[in-house]
Design a protein around this ligand. Structure first.
Ligand code: HEC
Ligand code: HEC
Length: 494
């Protein structure tokens, strides 16, 4: 579907007013004049909000950004920006092509850029989904860019690619919970308090009105539902990070318009400006938010169905659902872009040039859609509590390494004397039947092994699983295998 050329854009950001004119399509540098960018045009956020572009047009454009294999004409590559978005020296080459100063290599599997397109990793069982072990990312290596020496746990956190389906409802759950937890904390007297949102309890310590300790969540009480360590606020924040890290594509809200980056129109010094507009980042966020909701796929046979139903009740009986919460209620059915909890460098609202745009997740977007609940609510069957837990047994008790392999805390605080690196968000299980391999590193091949490696806070329920007869274990596993992302190509018209 053709995208209409944008209207005039007037941006006011952080007091500086930048009036941009209708954007010219991107062009290639002279030596590549015979080539073309993968995505020559950008869209503007104002045109999305004004309805100049329809939801479907924005969605299709967002998809295009997710699947585009960006090239130099688009602005791919980041000679002067690390994967973490810090400034660095542009590498110098001799006339013979010899590298004179250590700097960025065009593509590097560890610190990136490590892929041509988002879909290069997020592809199973369809675009936007999970990834195989080969699509692992060496998280934090972007800050040490270039990391050419080591892929060991002392330098980076190696993570497997999770699917993005259902991310819209997840982001909205996190927002509702953050708001509620902050309200409760503001009203609570000093002391150790238990805050509860959507049935999930968080123990915090408040001194002089300040949260000085918080278990399973950051002290700012903002639930960060993305990355398996729970470190990223929103799809938009993730997309800004990922575009720079993986592809060397700079979002203008993170770079060109960001006071912290000196309002530099070509921060990465690759000769391309306005690589991704605020509207582009809105489109890619909305496309991800409207992906289908993972769902349960039941086999035809009566016996198989009965076993799956039995597995679902066993899952509850043996304590799995204490963390993997089968359902949570969303007060609002709307997905609203942007997220007001976005941190500096990610557009958070009208003041920064991205007034809110909303769609109803139970009514719009790919099928199957989010399920309606009573009185305007929605039901999210994601099997997570969006809280960090520790699955590591105490040192010296033969802790199993799969879930306890990391050494860098990635901002996760020490809790109960245990290093932050041991804490992970309860993994969503609503797509577990189609997201193999398992575990945050993607080094676990079967669901049964993924269960057996639960120690620490998960040990009691893991032991209860082991204590069951094989038939019952199979019921739990079959139940989990029934939770899937159904590819759009397999949907039957209703
Ligand atoms: C090289 C492989 C790779 C590429 C390319 C990639 N991703 Fe990812 N993605 C990952 C991995 C690995 C994670 C998990 C990170 C973690 O847990 O620390 C992830 C996580 C995510 C998440 C959070 C999912 C969750 O539930 O935590 C989102 C959203 C996402 N990616 C979007 C994108 C977008 C948008 C792009 C393109 C701009 C992109 N990714 C490119 C591998 C990749
Ligand atoms: C204390 C909270 C907790 C309990 C109880 C718990 N889990 Fe988990 N589960 C987690 C966390 C956290 C992860 C993510 C581990 C990682 O990758 O680091 C996880 C991961 C998983 C995975 C891997 C999913 C994937 O896509 O990689 C499966 C499967 C799983 N759990 C099933 C179960 C089952 C079945 C039970 C009950 C026997 C159970 N869990 C009990 C917290 C828990």
């Amino acid at each position: 579907m053709p995208i209409k050329l944008q209207s005039f854009l007037f941006l006011v950001l952080a007091g500086a007013s930048a009036a941009a004119t209708a954007q010219e399509p991107k062009t290639c540098p002279p030596e590549l004049a015979a080539e073309a960018p993968m995505v020559p045009l950008s869209i503007e956020h104002d045109d999305i909000v004004a309805g100049t572009l329809s939801f479907d047009q924005v969605r299709d454009f967002g998809r295009q950004l997710f699947v585009a294999r960006f090239n130099r004409c688009d602005g791919a590559g980041r000679p002067a920006s690390t994967g973490a978005g810090e400034k660095r020296e542009v590498p110098l080459f001799s006339a013979e092509g010899e590298l004179l100063t250590e700097g960025q290599v065009v593509h590097l599997r560890t610190s990136g850029p490590d892929a041509a397109a988002c879909v290069g990793c997020h592809s199973l069982p369809e675009t936007g989904g999970a990834g195989d072990f080969a699509a692992n990312v060496f998280g934090l290596a972007g800050g040490l860019d270039p990391v050419t020496l080591s892929v060991g746990h002392a330098r980076s956190v190696e993570r497997n690619t999770p699917g993005v389906h259902g991310a819209g409802p997840i982001e909205m759950l996190a927002r509702e919970m953050s708001r509620e937890l902050r309200q409760q904390a503001a009203a609570a007297p000093d002391g150790v308090r238990t805050l509860v949102s959507k049935g999930v309890a968080f123990v915090v310590e408040i001194v002089g009105g300040e949260v000085v300790r918080a278990d399973g969540i950051d002290r700012d009480l903002v639930i960060k539902p993305f990355t398996q360590a729970g470190t990223v606020v929103s799809l938009r924040e993730f997309s800004n990070n990922a575009m720079n890290l993986h592809h060397g594509m700079q979002a203008e809200e993170r770079f060109d318009l960001n006071p912290a980056k000196g309002f530099d129109p070509d921060f990465d010094e690759d000769g391309v400006t306005r690589e991704l507009t605020i509207g582009d980042q809105t489109a890619i966020s909305l496309w991800q938010a409207q992906l289908s909701t993972p769902t349960q796929v039941l086999p035809r046979g009566r016996a198989a169905r009965d076993r799956i139903a039995r597995g679902a009740s066993l899952f509850d009986e043996i304590g799995c659902s204490a963390c993997h919460k089968p359902a949570m209620v969303l007060e609002s059915r709307l997905f609203v872009e942007p997220n007001p909890f976005n941190r500096p460098g990610t557009c958070a609202g009208a003041d920064e040039g991205c007034p809110p745009y909303a769609f109803d997740m139970t009514h719009t977007g790919e099928r199957p859609r989010l399920e309606k609940g009573p009185a305007g609510t929605a039901i999210v069957r994601a099997y997570t509590d969006l809280k960090r837990h520790n699955l590591c047994d105490a040192p010296g008790t033969g802790a199993i390494r799969y879930y306890c392999n990391e050494q860098l805390d990635q901002g996760r605080p020490v809790q109960d004397g245990r290093p932050g690196a041991e804490f992970f968000l309860t993994r969503k299980l609503w797509d577990v039947g189609s997201s193999a391999p398992y575990g945050h590193r993607g080094d676990i091949g079967t669901i049964t092994e993924a269960v057996l490696y639960h120690g620490g806070e998960g040990r009691a329920s893991r032991d209860a699983f082991v204590a069951r007869a094989v038939e019952e274990q199979k019921a739990v596993v079959d139940f989990l295998k029934s939770l899937q992302v159904v590819p759009q190509s397999e949907l039957v018209e209703d």
